[in-house]
Design a protein around this ligand. Structure first.
Ligand SMILES: [Zn+2]
Length: 168
């Protein structure tokens, strides 16, 4: 029967081997510096670090960093958003107007009636029925509102979505 001291020693040895395996995985992935990152999400969170490295493969077999926020493998996230396809910027880096106009676009698509933004950010619905995809027009309205500081709006004329300034 093992003494308490022997058990402790075995545990230390197992931990040392796990650390070494993780360092080796980081070197094999071509990123030895990953071994210096937190090894799990709770440590990463407590340190305020945006990614961590477990050293173990993800479900798809990647040895890669994981996002602290989503717990997702960064390689898998990259595969889902391949280069060349426009990626939505993360919500927090989009401007307030981009978010508001996107919401107006979604409501317009969903209800098939126009939705306008007021300068205080409130979205209101009109009775005007629409067809087609207004997303690009709403994005343009957001860009112009951001660039000029003057609220723009999307109007619907003869089956087209047009961007105009709001007469105040
Ligand atoms: Zn993966």
């Amino acid at each position: 029967m093992a003494t308490e001291e022997e058990l402790l020693e075995r545990r230390r040895e197992a931990e040392r081997q796990a650390r070494e395996a993780r360092s080796q995985a980081a070197r094999d992935a071509g990123h030895p510096e990953w071994a210096d990152l937190p090894q799990n999400r709770s440590v990463a969170r407590s340190l305020g670090v945006s990614s961590y490295f477990t050293g173990r493969p993800c479900e798809a077999g990647h040895i890669a960093l994981k996002s602290t926020r989503s717990q997702k493998c960064e390689m898998c996230a990259g595969v889902r958003n391949p280069v060349g396809r426009p990626r939505l910027r993360p919500v927090e880096t989009r401007t307030v107007w981009e978010r508001r106009f996107q919401r107006a676009a979604e409501l317009t698509i969903w209800h098939r009636t126009m939705h306008h933004l007021r300068s205080n950010g409130v979205i209101y619905k009109t009775d005007q029925k629409v067809e087609g995809d207004p997303s690009e027009a709403y994005r343009e309205a957001a860009r112009k509102t951001d660039a000029t500081g003057k609220l723009h709006c999307v109007i619907y004329r003869s089956g087209r979505f047009l961007v105009r300034t709001v007469a105040d």
